[in-house]
Design a protein around this ligand. Sequence first.
Ligand SMILES: Cc1cc2nc3c(=O)[nH]c(=O)nc-3n(C[C@H](O)[C@H](O)[C@H](O)COP(=O)(O)OP(=O)(O)OC[C@H]3O[C@@H](n4cnc5c(N)ncnc54)[C@H](O)[C@@H]3O)c2cc1C
Length: 389
Amino acid sequence: MDQMMTESDPHADLREEVAKLCARFPGEYWRKLDEVRGYPTEFVQALTEAGYLGALIPEEYGGAGLGLSAAAAILEEVQRQGCNGAACHAQMYIMGTILRHGSAAQKQEYLPKIASGELRLQAFGVTEPTSGTDTTALRTFARREGDKYIVNGQKIWTSRAEHSDLMLLLARTTPRDQVAKKTEGLSTFIVDMRKVLGKGLTIRPIRTMMNHNSCEVFFDNMEVPAENLVGEEGKGFRYILDGMNAERLLIASECIGDAKWFIEKAVNYAKERVLFGRPIGQNQGVQFPIARAYAQMRAAEAIVQKGLEKFERGERPGEEANMGKMLAAEASWAAGEACVQTHGGFGFAEEYDVERKFRETRLYQVAPISTNLILSYLGEHVLGMPRSY
Ligand SMILES: Cc1cc2nc3c(=O)[nH]c(=O)nc-3n(C[C@H](O)[C@H](O)[C@H](O)COP(=O)(O)OP(=O)(O)OC[C@H]3O[C@@H](n4cnc5c(N)ncnc54)[C@H](O)[C@@H]3O)c2cc1C
């Protein structure tokens, strides 16, 4: 589908290499994992060895030192080839908090090992069962005791916790009623889960609609060395927010990759499947939903592209990152819906991979941020209407 290549794409070679790697992990590989809710260890290893997961880590720390648009191209291509970057995408961007706010010693200690794959930083512990989207209401508390913090509380939807060595944790260090603003008094920690698993840390997988390796995580007097605090105590929420634009642009790129996969699959099937003496794709009722999804995808892609350009110029692409993430998630869903419908009954058969991708791409209208919260951002910060929550 050459028309789905962005004109004069500076990352064309990179995409080609990623596509070659992905070809080693066909639908059958993902289907088998899906059955047992397994983790794609070999795939993640291959991406790590190729240097893709360290794409955003500067060269001085052993990474590839690429820009956000290159990382976006990698993740888009992974999804476009039918693979699932959700198994490891967080490794690309969580480390940004350490890079931007960590001490020189933390950067030296962790970044080269994350880049080489010796350490996995795939787990991001923010969401809690009682606070959900209302992040500053989170209850996990880290109490300072001498040279360590004692952490108590619970997280939910901590994806990949069982397959990660490190977790970036957001916890309260000053009670909410003792800070001037609710966004203050939250701190960010690097938790070495290998050292505390079974000693204050319990991880329980949650079975979900798709294979996502997400977990509940419990902290019971879990000890974290004080040196693992990132930046200043009480400023953690700001550090996490700093990484949101990059995260949204990367997730949006994954959705665009999904949309391209669905569209290509639907177009091919519509051309091949012959009924009533002609290909089903000759019927406008079959063509139009696919064409509409294509238009939606291209529109989302243009916004995401704009966001990536702004980001790489050092500007704050809050508007584009939010709009791009929402539009791309909606485009991938529309493309998935058209793809299932085009395939008729076969859209439901596992061997076509359509139903698997359909389940996988639905997540991005809810996580890492739900559509309503994006609309609230646009309403308040872009359009200047009153804050709704
Ligand atoms: C598979 C999966 C993986 C995830 N991985 C991670 C992870 O690795 N780390 C992590 O920290 N979190 C993770 N999450 C959590 C994810 O970020 C949250 O599910 C998401 O932010 C929504 O929060 P919630 O589920 O608590 O829903 P709630 O906050 O309870 O919201 C429920 C619904 O109400 C709407 N809503 C809430 N408040 C408002 C409002 N003020 N105005 C309008 N609508 C509102 C929301 O949009 C949503 O549709 C994951 C979630 C899933 C399902």
